[in-house]
Design a protein around this ligand. Structure first.
Ligand SMILES: [Zn+2]
Ligand SMILES: [Zn+2]
Length: 444
């Protein structure tokens, strides 16, 4: 087959992709690839394949395509291609929860790209996401701040959407839910306004961020107790994801629906009378099970662990399958440990504490709590003012310009005692000025 023919196949693949016919596009590119002689065409075709694999949740394929891109970039000795390939490789590793690898490849992507280039911003985003996985929040905040500046310099709104989204994730993980909701709302608004102005060329990726931010918004609304709002958002996100076969968002929507079904009728949101609606709990179980299956197929260990924790809580509320609940909890804990995510491990131990306490195993429950407490100390999530962990229970937090984190009431109490000029962080003594961009974005 001639090279003109392979070029035509690549172009046809792009047309299919624009028509949201992703599998057909992947097939076209995969067929054309072995016959390609031009290395640059090979590189860009692998890039299309990488993106399409990522959209379909085929994270291992994504990794393979990125590795092939690296080889070509080295062969051509081209730094622009190197930066792109390393960025793909880092994102693939982040999605597979190989966080240390993700961070090193992001560093390489940054090393091979100009200082204010968009690649820098996207590499910083991968690093921020990876450090959420590793529970190193000062680093997350530092990189998000830099990524935000780059998104502004390049007027890259989709990058800004991702910064806001990741910031929302930080507050979600640390259980300051009102702030998480505020960031998810802003991320979603920006994704929507961006979609209005997006050209046909970017229609697919802007639609992707609309449904992704809608899903995140649903998650925060659910935790804040707005089940109706959450249901509406997650249904819209699910419809959009199903129409294009966006499996990662579909699976996460299932988890969100499970969460809504589970928490709609339990006392987590502070209701006094607790009467579990067994039918919705059983629906929740089905949703979680389907989600876990899909997420494990995609090798998304982070989200599948979250889904497992949801399933454990549901089984405990049903109170009929404690054995199964404790087995799933063991799997969740070992996955969290393999990922190196200590907060997720702590959450497993806290759930275990609840199970043990309900069976009157008081000493064992106490031990489980102490392990969780130790894990919070290990990730440096202790408020140095009140000596209690941050993010163990829902509470308002405040992040200072130096990236140190405190309970909001603790730091406000302290700062009120001092003059404005003398306001310094109790941890590092740096002057506390609310000038960093993520502070400007945050809402009190
Ligand atoms: Zn405190
Ligand atoms: Zn500090």
């Amino acid at each position: 087959m001639g090279q003109r023919m392979t070029r035509r196949q690549v172009a046809e693949g792009l047309e299919l992709y624009a028509q949201k016919n992703y599998d057909a596009a992947i097939k076209k590119w995969t067929t054309a690839l072995p016959k390609m002689k031009d290395n640059r065409l090979r590189f860009s075709t692998l890039g299309y394949l990488a993106l399409a694999s990522r959209d379909r949740g085929r994270n291992k394929d994504y990794l393979v395509h990125a590795v092939q891109q690296i080889d070509i970039a080295h062969e051509l000795d081209d730094n622009v291609l190197r930066a792109q390939a390393y960025l793909n490789l880092s994102r693939a590793n982040e999605m597979l929860a190989d966080y240390f690898k993700a961070v090193s490849y992001s560093r390489l992507a940054m090393q091979f790209s100009p200082a204010t280039d968009v690649v820098q911003g996207y590499a910083l985003l991968v690093m921020a996401d990876s450090y959420i996985g590793l529970c190193n929040f000062p680093k997350v905040l530092e990189y998000l701040d830099k990524a935000l500046s780059i998104s502004h310099e390049n007027e890259d709104h989709l990058m800004e959407v991702q910064v806001l989204n990741t910031m929302g994730k930080v507050f979600l993980v640390l259980k300051d839910f009102p702030k998480a909701l505020a960031f998810q709302q802003r991320a979603h608004e920006l994704a929507l306004s961006n979609a209005v102005y997006a050209g046909e060329q970017n229609a697919n990726s802007s639609a992707k961020f609309v449904r992704l931010t809608k899903l995140k918004l649903a998650t925060s609304l659910r935790i804040m107790g707005d089940f109706q709002g959450a249901t509406k958002c997650v249904e819209e996100a699910m419809r959009s994801a199903s129409s294009v076969g966006d499996r990662p968002v579909q699976a996460k929507c299932l988890v969100c629906v499970g969460d809504i079904q589970r928490s709609q009728n339990n006392n987590e949101v502070g209701r006094k009378s607790y009467s579990p609606d067994r039918a919705s709990l059983r629906v929740a179980c089905k949703k979680y099970e389907a989600a876990i299956q899909m997420l494990q197929d995609m090798n998304d260990r982070y989200s599948s662990t979250l889904a497992m924790l949801g399933l454990v809580k549901t089984l405990l509320a049903l109170d009929t399958q404690k054995q199964m609940a404790s087995e799933i909890l063991v799997t969740a804990l070992s996955t969290a440990t393999a990922m190196g995510n200590k907060l997720m491990q702590a959450r497993c131990h806290l759930l275990n504490e609840r199970m043990l306490a309900s069976e009157n195993q008081i000493n064992e429950a106490r031990q489980a709590f102490e392990i969780a407490h130790r894990l919070y100390r290990e990730v440096d999530l202790m408020c140095t003012i009140c000596k209690n962990p941050i993010g163990m229970y829902r509470d308002q937090i405040q992040i200072l310009t130096c990236t140190h984190i405190f309970h909001e009431r603790c730091i406000l109490n302290l700062l009120q005692k001092w003059t404005y000029e003398a306001q310094t962080c109790p941890k590092c003594n740096k002057s506390v000025l609310y000038s960093r961009s993520y502070i400007a974005l945050s809402v009190s």
